[in-house]
Design a protein around this ligand. Structure first.
Ligand SMILES: [Zn+2]
Length: 285
């Protein structure tokens, strides 16, 4: 029975309409009046009640049908930065960045699902080499979030202990840049509320990469050419959880407890951002 209910719930409205139609036709055929009213017998009355019940179930689904066609099936695409073959930064403990990215992305996924959001994981198997293909795979989602862990420039590695904090990046080449920035700011604000600090050094022309601030308070930078953020298909942002070439920072932010707190903050930021967007539109703008 449960299986039937699930089938019915997942069925396309057109199929539901078809099943009601078939029910009516079958009733009429049995009665010998294929396209005319059925004589008022007890048998016909029961069938009419059954068809009426099915039609009543159809009404709310036909209303829902509009949403099914306009609303995206996925709310958030979570991209696990890097691959098994090219795992990104090697941390102070010698752990490939991909391993940390995967753990955090899974924690964020669980936190988002707990909020009732639909999540799609991108690159979870560590095989996805193409950066451009990542957001494309998420087309139709409301937001694309790429999860990473940070490093510093090679000549600053001996001073790695001086660098810490989270960063967020958005691209002005993304046609949904305002939505992307809105979400990045919301995530940064929730991170700060959870006592995490923004790194800020990426805006420094000497220490970082001279990435100007899009929202200094919440640690958001413009990074226009960033491959996953400049996508044309949906609002996209990149999140750097912290500087894992700094041994103290790596120990702190990759512990399961801190990861859970961070994932919860990211999820709350995303939830806030999506709630304050226009829900009637498939995307944020
Ligand atoms: Zn990375």
């Amino acid at each position: 029975m449960k299986h039937c209910v699930r089938l019915w719930k997942n069925a396309r409205p057109i199929f539901r309409a078809f099943s009601v139609g078939m029910c009516l036709i079958r009733r009429n055929r049995r009665s010998g009046y294929p396209y005319r009213r059925v004589p008022r017998t007890w048998f016909g009355r029961w069938q009419r009640m059954l068809c009426g019940l099915m039609a009543a179930m159809l009404i709310p689904t036909s209303v829902l049908a509009r949403d099914l066609h306009t609303a995206p099936r996925i709310d958030v695409a979570l991209d696990v930065g890097h691959t098994l073959e090219n795992p990104g930064v090697i941390s102070a403990s010698g752990t490939p960045e991909f391993v940390h990215n995967l753990a955090l992305a899974r924690a964020v996924r669980d936190a988002l699902i707990a909020h009732g959001l639909r999540v799609q994981m991108i690159g979870e198997n560590g095989q996805m080499q193409s950066l451009a293909a990542r957001p494309k795979q998420a087309a139709g989602a409301r937001l694309f979030v790429s999860i990473h862990h940070d490093s510093v420039q090679a000549h600053l590695l001996p001073r790695a202990r001086e660098f810490s904090g989270f960063s967020l990046f958005v691209s002005r080449e993304n046609p949904y840049q305002h939505s992307a920035l809105h979400c990045a700011s919301a995530i940064g604000a929730q991170m700060r509320a959870a006592q995490f600090l923004p790194s800020l050094y990426h805006a420094d022309p000497i220490l970082g990469e001279n990435r100007p601030f899009a929202d200094r308070d919440n640690g958001v930078h413009w990074f226009d050419r960033l491959a996953v953020a400049r996508t044309q298909v949906l609002p996209a942002l990149l999140f750097e959880a912290g500087v894992v070439v700094n041994p103290e920072e790596e120990l702190r932010i990759t512990s399961p407890q801190t990861q859970a707190v961070m994932a919860s903050a990211i999820a709350q930021g995303i939830v806030h951002c999506l709630r304050t967007a226009n829900d009637r539109q498939p995307r944020l703008e």
